[in-house]
Design a protein. Structure first.
Length: 442
């Protein structure tokens, strides 16, 4: 009897164990499916049909498409115009688009769809119903970036379509202006006006600044003798960002760098320096630019990389990342690369002894390779606002005696209340070979 009970209990425990195993397996499988679904499904791209114009046998459009997660497969973004008897399609790009469908039937309904494939077949991003009609008017139907005459200027080819079935449209012009975009005040400038005398007018617009600006096109003309705005189109020139990087000092185990970067009116703008030894990434530092509008400027503090190997070659890369202001897609740009080599072994120390009217400076070093040749000192006045103003500079040659490197010299106490004195050893003729030893403040 006991044996039967014991066997039954073992069998029940085994069944419980199997049930628990199945339950936990199902739970973690479900959890895994949920996590995969969350991480793999990108944000849906979006499209907006900003404007449409219909004429007796043509239809024009302005469409904007954003794709934050680059979900749209290459070559699949398009605008389709169709009805039961006709079908036409044109390719689009992310950002703003203008275009025209022609040879349409008069007084006929059509459906337009903006479509794209993000991995599951074509999907409708935007849709509108239209009907052709013999309307007078004008529209911008193409806008293409071409090479500018000068590196800091851009040129565009613009095409303006004019519909004049009843002869009551006249004196059509394209007005061009541009606006500098900033976090603060925006400045708008009128550029030029170009006549549009024909049904199709291919025009060249020069001298648009290559910085990130908004360009506004306005088509105006006389409709039944009355000055009328016939079409408007605005777009941004391609966003560009600049930056530079230089090595300020290098030792056997550290390097100091300054980056010149700019603040710009785009989302998620960030800068970083990546440090490589050969092809291996060894360290990364992020940079916060100061908010100085419209200027290249140095970051507020020196970026220091430590724990480097002596007498080794390194490569530093300055990157910028941001969201494209037109498509909202993430962008990464390599701004500059800098190569340098760490130096050999050397150690130095410095002490300052305060006297009545000066400081006595003693420098001692162990420098078997003779890397450093001089001691430099710099005197700065500190203003009440905390700014450092350079006042004076001195250079003293290091002395080698019995295998020991040393220097001793006085520095007169500054007359101003707040000051800073910086002492470092340097290699003559090589500005980046320097090692800061001491700072003196009252």
């Amino acid at each position: 009897m006991r044996k039967e009970i014991k066997t039954r209990l073992k069998e029940e425990n085994r069944k419980r164990s199997e049930i628990l195993k199945q339950w936990f397996s199902s739970f973690f499988m479900s959890l895994g499916v949920v996590v995969i679904a969350v991480t793999l499904i990108p944000k849906s791209p979006s499209a907006e049909i900003i404007d449409t114009k219909v004429f007796s046998d043509a239809f024009t459009y302005q469409v904007s498409v954003t794709d934050e997660d680059l979900a749209i497969r290459d070559g699949t973004l398009k605008i389709i115009l169709e009805n039961q008897m006709e079908y036409q399609e044109q390719s689009l790009t992310t950002g703003t688009n203008v275009g025209i469908f022609e040879t349409l039937e008069a007084d006929t309904p059509y459906t337009i769809r903006v479509m794209a494939d993000k991995g599951f077949g074509l999907e409708v991003l935007a849709k509108r119903e239209i009907r052709t009609s013999p309307a007078p008017g004008a529209a911008i139907i193409s806008n293409t970036l071409v090479e500018g005459i000068e590196p800091w200027m851009r040129s565009y080819q613009v095409e303006v379509y004019v519909s004049n079935p009843e002869g009551n449209v006249g004196d059509v012009w394209l007005d061009i202006s541009y606006t500098y975009l900033s976090w603060y005040e925006e400045q708008t400038y009128s550029l030029t006006s170009i006549p549009c005398p024909d049904n199709r007018n291919l025009l060249t617009v020069d001298n648009i600044p290559s910085g990130y600006v908004r360009v506004d096109y306005t088509v105006r003309g006389k409709l039944d003798g009355v000055e009328t705005i016939l079409d408007n189109y605005s777009f941004h020139t391609p966003f560009e960002i600049y930056g530079s990087l230089y090595v300020s000092r290098v030792t056997s185990s550290t390097v100091g760098m300054f980056a010149y970067v700019e603040s710009a009116p785009v989302e998620d703008l960030a800068y970083r320096i990546e440090l490589y030894q050969g092809s291996r990434l060894v360290q990364t530092k992020f940079i916060e630019p100061m908010s100085m509008e419209g200027e290249m400027h140095e970051e507020q503090s020196e970026t220091i990389f430590e724990n480097l190997l002596r007498k080794n070659a390194y490569l530093a890369k300055l990157y910028a990342t941001y969201l494209d202001p037109d498509t909202l897609a993430p962008v990464e740009v390599l701004l500059e690369t800098v190569e340098f080599e760490t130096i050999g072994f050397a150690t130095y120390s410095a002490t300052a002894t305060e006297e009545t009217d000066h400081f006595r400076i003693d420098v001692l070093g162990n420098d078997p390779e003779g890397i450093y040749t001089h001691v430099n000192y710099y005197v700065y006045e500190i203003t009440p606002e905390g700014f450092e103003i350079f006042q004076t500079f001195g250079m003293i040659e290091l002395v080698i005696l019995d295998g020991e490197v040393s220097a001793q010299f006085p520095i007169t106490k500054p007359a101003f209340e707040n000051y800073k004195i910086v002492i470092e050893v340097v290699r003559s003729g090589e500005s980046i070979i320097r090692l800061e030893l001491l700072e003196i403040e009252p």
